[in-house]
Design a protein. Structure first.
Length: 418
């Protein structure tokens, strides 16, 4: 069995490799193709991955490739973790909106919009390679904004795709810690969109915890979770902070000496230097500063469930169909699902709770328009997308944001004639 990682120069990659090694007994991968367009970075990050494999599974064949089609050909699973334009582009995604008085964040609002415009054409090219060269492969997408990218691939190609985020698995572990039980006993009744989702119930051994326990869990997760729970009766994921505490979030971002992207750039420089050490054979502790905690477990446990037809519960980004009547059938949702060889089978969510229905529908409209804009280079759809987003305050601001972001990322937006 061959597993391919596209974007293997990512500093996340050693954690992913660790997950593969930890689950090798159940997941008999024989070849690991690590592909990236940056050969030097691939040699550094992949070099650590190869040393990790040599120490624990010397029979696993690890290859470094810059040819994407060769990497994809014959794969059973393709994992994508790409960042078009690198961290330099991410920093612009943060700074351009902030200069206009709007939240600048990697995946939420105008920053996520710009990242999606750059990324959609690249991901569609990857998906078309999979259609031709590995038509039975599963694409596991960890590329942000995960929900938008997954919807683009799902609606515009024939590839079997599931989107993934590490927020839900961290919420599950937080709940397990608060309940003082092993995380394997905990599942979530989880619904919404990627980075706009809620926990409706926490289940312990398949049975919902009491209302009092649920309230206690919310309080232990953080101030945002506690206060939102008191109003909505739902536990929000942390990204709802940008919506429910918009003024405070914007002020904090504007007052910061550096954006998160600038901080990550420094962390990555430190990590790359550590990865160069030929004696290093395990992921370094500094990787925890990069973010993405439990990414490896989320990704590789999902691959294992697909391969072993286990029916385990995962939170994934998947096509709505008839899961929720309040969103279009083709909409990608982030929901709890049972995962086996045929994919993810989500239980019906039912109508969205009234207090969050409007927000979810508005952001889904923005996501649909962003897919159209990114795939077609449609400026009108791009402007409509920004105007639809709840974090964009007016049409004049939406116009300025669009022009500013298109100009900032001209080199990565050929579909707009730049």
């Amino acid at each position: 069995m061959k597993l391919t990682v596209i974007g293997a120069g990512s500093t996340y990659n050693p954690e992913l490799v660790e997950g593969i090694l930890d689950r090798r007994a159940a997941l008999p991968i024989t070849r690991l193709d690590l592909m990236d367009i940056d050969r030097e970075r691939l040699e550094i990050v992949g070099g650590l991955a190869r040393r990790m494999v040599a120490a624990r599974a010397p029979d696993l064949d690890v290859r470094f490739l810059t040819d994407r089609q060769e990497a994809i050909a014959g794969a059973s699973f393709v994992l994508t973790q790409v960042r078009v334009g690198g961290n330099a582009a991410r920093i612009l995604d943060e700074k351009v909106p902030l200069s206009m008085g709007v939240i600048g964040q990697e995946t939420t609002g105008p920053g996520g919009f710009a990242k999606a415009l750059r990324t959609i054409p690249v991901m569609l090219d990857i998906a078309r390679d999979i259609e031709r060269l590995a038509p039975e492969a599963w694409l596991i997408n960890f590329t942000n904004p995960s929900g938008i990218i997954t919807q683009a691939v799902d609606t515009l190609t024939r590839v079997k795709v599931l989107g993934l985020c590490n927020v839900p698995i961290n919420m599950r572990y937080d709940a397990a810690k608060a309940l003082e039980v092993d995380a394997s006993r905990v599942t979530l009744d989880y619904f919404g969109l990627n980075h706009l989702s809620f926990v409706r119930a926490v289940l312990l051994d398949g049975k919902p915890v009491s209302r009092q326990q649920f309230a206690t869990l919310a309080a232990q997760m953080g101030t945002t979770e506690k206060e939102v729970f008191e109003v909505l009766g739902l536990i929000p994921n942390g990204y709802l902070h940008y919506y429910y505490y918009r003024d405070q979030a914007l002020a904090k971002l504007q007052a910061a000496a550096h954006t998160r992207g600038e901080e990550v750039l420094e962390v990555e420089r430190e990590l790359i230097e550590q990865y160069r050490d030929p004696k290093l054979r395990e992921k370094p502790a500094a990787l925890s500063k990069r973010g993405g905690a439990r990414y490896s477990e989320a990704a590789i446990s999902l691959v294992q469930s697909l391969h072993c037809n286990s029916g385990d519960s995962h939170v994934v980004n998947v096509r709505n169909g008839d899961i929720c009547p309040d969103l279009p059938p083709t909409a990608t949702m982030e929901v709890s699902a049972s995962v086996g060889a045929t994919g993810a089978q989500a239980a019906p969510v039912g109508p969205l709770p009234t207090p969050v229905r409007g927000l979810i529908q508005a952001v889904k409209a923005y996501e649909e328009l962003t897919v159209q804009a990114g795939a077609q280079g449609d400026r009108q759809a791009a402007l409509q997308a920004l105007l639809a987003h709840p974090l964009v305050p007016s049409l004049p601001v939406a116009r300025r944001l669009l022009e500013g972001l298109l100009e900032a990322h001209r080199a990565y937006l050929p579909q707009f004639g730049a």
